[in-house]
Structures are given as structure tokens and as C-alpha cells.
Design a protein around this ligand. Structure first.
Ligand SMILES: [Zn+2]
Length: 165
């Protein structure tokens, strides 16, 4: 199943059962009924900066935070982080930029928070290793559950687009 590689077989079997019963969308909607108002790049920047200010004050400053519709293709929706290197005054400076797939505008607030926390953690940790996930959990204690549910949400969206499982 796309997006869900690496999860235990019994978990995947439950997901498969929901898909087969055509109940995955309902399952997600029932658990995550809310939507958020963070619809502009400006709002996303403020939202991200607030979390950074609270948990990652010492991380390098953020230059840009924005939604990017090009990331909506599924394989990019999760876990894209960008450090753009630019030469400034003869010095190479890494500009920290966070881009979030614009599909998250229509996602539950919990999933937006998950992806922002993920990208913020990349300011300090490059790889998806233990230290990285510890940082994610520090910022959002429900991180692992939310990442899994975000993957479910992405898988469900793809199936909807294709017109059914
Ligand atoms: Zn990542």
C-alpha cells in the first residue's frame, strides 16, 4: 500500500479492511472532523514560527515558509525539506525554507501540525533517525499517530482521485 510501507502487517490488514468496506474516508473524518484557517503563506509562516519559537528557539532562522502546489503529487507530500544555498556577499549561506504541500490547506489541523513539526525538526536533524523522531515527539507528543494518520489521509485522497480503491 502506498504511503504505508514499514508499518506492521496487522495494522495494514486493518487499513485494508477499511478500504475494502469503503470506509476509510469515514474513519478519518470521524476521528479528525476539524479544518483549519491557515490558508495563506503568511498565515503558514506565522503558524510555523510560533511552534519554532516555542520548541526550537536555537535552530537556524526560517527565511521562508510557504505552500507549494507542486508537492501535491503524493510522493512529495510527506517529508520535503529544502535548504537552499545561495551565495551572498561572497559567502555561501544556507537559506532555510519550508515548503508544505498545498493539499494540507484542506487537511485536518492535526495533519498540518504534523507536517510542520516534521519540517521544523529537519532544521536540526537531516535524516529520519532516532534523534529526528525524538525531536518531532518533543514538539508534538502524538507525532507517530499523526504521521500514520496523515499517511492514511494521503492514501485515501489518492484513491478518491482515482475513483475508488
Ligand atoms: Zn523528512
Amino acid at each position: 500500500m502506498r504511503f504505508l510501507g514499514g508499518y506492521p502487517p496487522d495494522v495494514l490488514a486493518q487499513v485494508r479492511a477499511l478500504i475494502d468496506a469503503d470506509r476509510l474516508g469515514e474513519h478519518i473524518a470521524r476521528r479528525y472532523p476539524d479544518r483549519h484557517t491557515i490558508q495563506t503563506d503568511r498565515a503558514l509562516y506565522d503558524y510555523t514560527s510560533e511552534i519554532k519559537q516555542e520548541y526550537l528557539r536555537s535552530a537556524p532562522p526560517l527565511h521562508k515558509v510557504r505552500y507549494d502546489a507542486r508537492l501535491d503529487t503524493a510522493q512529495h507530500a510527506l517529508g520535503l525539506h529544502t535548504a537552499i544555498s545561495r551565495v551572498q556577499g561572497g559567502k555561501l549561506k544556507a537559506k532555510k525554507e519550508i515548503r508544505v504541500a498545498s493539499l494540507f490547506k484542506e487537511a485536518p489541523p492535526e495533519f498540518l501540525r504534523m507536517i510542520v513539526v516534521h519540517e521544523l525538526a529537519h532544521l536540526k536533524e537531516t535524516d529520519h533517525d532516532k534523534a529526528f523522531y525524538r525531536l518531532c515527539e518533543y514538539m508534538e507528543p502524538r507525532y507517530h499517530q499523526l504521521e500514520f494518520d496523515t499517511r492514511l489521509f494521503l492514501a485515501w485522497r489518492e484513491m478518491e482521485k482515482r475513483g475508488g480503491a
